[in-house]
Design a protein around this ligand. Structure first.
Ligand code: SF4
Ligand SMILES: [Zn+2]
Length: 146
């Protein structure tokens, strides 16, 4: 139990502050779409805080949020640990450089609102990669085998 903290809907970027993430997003109605995020990420996403250099979470915290996000889902983390480490470092480098944990294998446009769809974890189930091969674009999340 984390206590009161921030959560972000990975589909519409709704931000929630509370003891647990909502089951259903009140903004986009997606189910089980929230991931735990740092307070600064919440503030920057909502434009309450200006973008500043620096990491909000360390590598282990990012990995833990990814792992927690896969619990009771139809996807899991890639089993290739080196790949996961590279992705975790990539999102943290983007956060350090641009202020948010943007996808490590896609380019940001420089338009803040457009780039909100690139914060990791993103809404990857709309991607062709997920529909065709059951993986997010960077193969961070993989469809769980039946
Ligand atoms: S495609 Fe995968 S790695 Fe990239 S932002 Fe989405 S969930 Fe993260
Ligand atoms: Zn939502």
């Amino acid at each position: 139990m984390r206590g009161k903290t921030f959560y972000r809907c990975t589909v519409c970027n709704d931000i929630h502050y509370g003891n647990i993430a909502p089951k259903i997003c009140p903004t986009c109605s997606s189910k089980d779409a929230y991931v735990h995020i740092a307070e600064r990420e919440a503030g920057v996403t909502l434009k309450f805080l200006k973008i500043e250099e620096g990491k909000n979470f360390n590598e282990n915290e990012v990995l833990k949020t990814f792992e927690d996000f896969t619990k009771s889902k139809d996807f899991t983390l890639n089993t290739d640990k080196e790949r996961i480490e590279l992705i975790v470092q990539g999102v943290l480098e983007h956060e350090e450089q641009y202020g948010l944990k943007y996808c490590p294998c896609r380019m940001t446009s420089g338009n803040f609102d457009e780039d909100l769809s690139l914060i990791c974890p993103c809404n990857f189930k709309i991607q062709n990669n997920w529909k065709e091969i059951g993986e997010c674009w960077c193969s961070l999340f993989i469809k769980r085998k039946e």
